[in-house]
Design a protein around this ligand. Structure first.
Ligand code: CP
Ligand code: NVA
Length: 305
């Protein structure tokens, strides 16, 4: 049966840990420029309904370095759900390509794509979640700390697709997740309940950034207005006042806390310039790790490693 990568909690803790271990291996091979081409004569269709730098570059470069060819399909090529039914494009692409990665607005579209495609489908972000990002994030945390024991992640900002991804990871791997968001911008209530009901991690949804970051090993933020909400950016600036990750807020976190941001960042809004440039900031390792972790995800779901 084909395997898709749509939500982290579609996988067991052992499977997630296995992908993280494989990512460390493929990162070493990549750095040594080993001749490792398990995707030779394979092609990856990359569908983008939204803009992207990291996701496009990391998937395209990663798949190429593993021996394959990746095709970039813009909104003008596919126009998911509008030009033709999702279930039709799923079957058409499956006739040409060995794997699909898609960045879409509507989460229902990635579910339909996965249901009807005959080849594995990877979620490269929807309005609901961003599982490849969170896999790279937890990999980066493990790389920096050496382990994931007694981990506290504090998220400060919008209760968006990144928060949902942390919550769905918290339903499989144990950690303390503390989210501080303005009361009007909480994460999806069902996803919070699902994470709490899994009984694996401690989950807190708060409205005070200082309380959330207390003793945190990781302070994480993301844009206040995600793709699809950019028209609300001005109005959100006022509503998110006090939610910027500053040096003063980092001081309230645990000793040696690291700062993560999925990027792109708006310096001076959700994070100060000085935090981005501080020794605590691991954002560029995090961005690099997207590629290594995604390579591991692709190899694993294709049964190549
Ligand atoms: N973090 C991330 O997914 O970046 P892009 O939107 O540039 O792909
Ligand atoms: N929450 C952001 C993440 C970008 C990688 C967005 O959806 O725009």
């Amino acid at each position: 049966m084909k395997k898709d990568f749509i939500h982290t909690d579609d996988y067991s803790a052992d499977e997630i840990s296995g992908i993280l271990a494989l990512a460390a291996e493929v990162k070493t091979r990549f750095k040594k420029r080993e001749n490792y081409k398990p995707f030779q004569d394979h092609s990856l269709a990359m569908i983008f309904a939204k803009p992207s730098a990291r996701t496009r570059i990391s998937f395209e470069t990663g798949f190429y370095r593993l021996g394959g060819h990746a095709l970039y399909l813009s909104p003008r090529d596919i126009d998911m759900g509008k030009r033709e039914p999702v279930r039709d494009i799923a079957r058409v692409i499956s006739r040409y390509n060995d794997m699909i990665m898609a960045r879409l607005f509507d989460h229902a579209h990635i579910l339909e794509l996965a249901e009807y495609a005959d080849v594995p489908v990877i979620n490269g972000l929807t309005d609901y979640n961003h599982p490849c990002q969170i896999m790279a994030d937890i990999f980066t945390v493990k790389e920096r700390r050496g382990h994931l024991d007694d981990l506290k992640i504090a998220y400060v900002g919008d209760g968006n697709n990144i928060v949902h991804s942390w919550l769905r990871l918290a339903a499989v791997l144990p950690f303390h997740f503390s989210c501080a968001c303005p009361p009007a911008y909480p994460p999806d209530a069902d996803t919070v309940r699902r994470a709490k009901d899994a009984g694996i991690s401690e989950i807190e949804i708060l409205h005070d950034p200082v309380s959330a970051v207390k003793n945190a090993d990781v302070v994480y933020t993301d844009v206040w207005a995600s793709m699809g909400k950019k028209h609300e950016a001005e109005e959100r600036k006022a509503k998110f006042r006090g939610f910027q990750v500053t040096d003063a807020l980092m001081q309230q976190a645990g000793e040696d806390a690291i700062f993560l941001h999925c990027l792109p960042a708006n310096r001076g809004l959700e994070v100060s310039d000085s935090v981005m440039e501080s020794p605590a900031s691991a954002v560029f390792d995090e961005a690099e790790n997207r590629m290594h972790v995604q390579n591991a995800i692709m190899l694993r779901i294709a049964g190549k490693a």
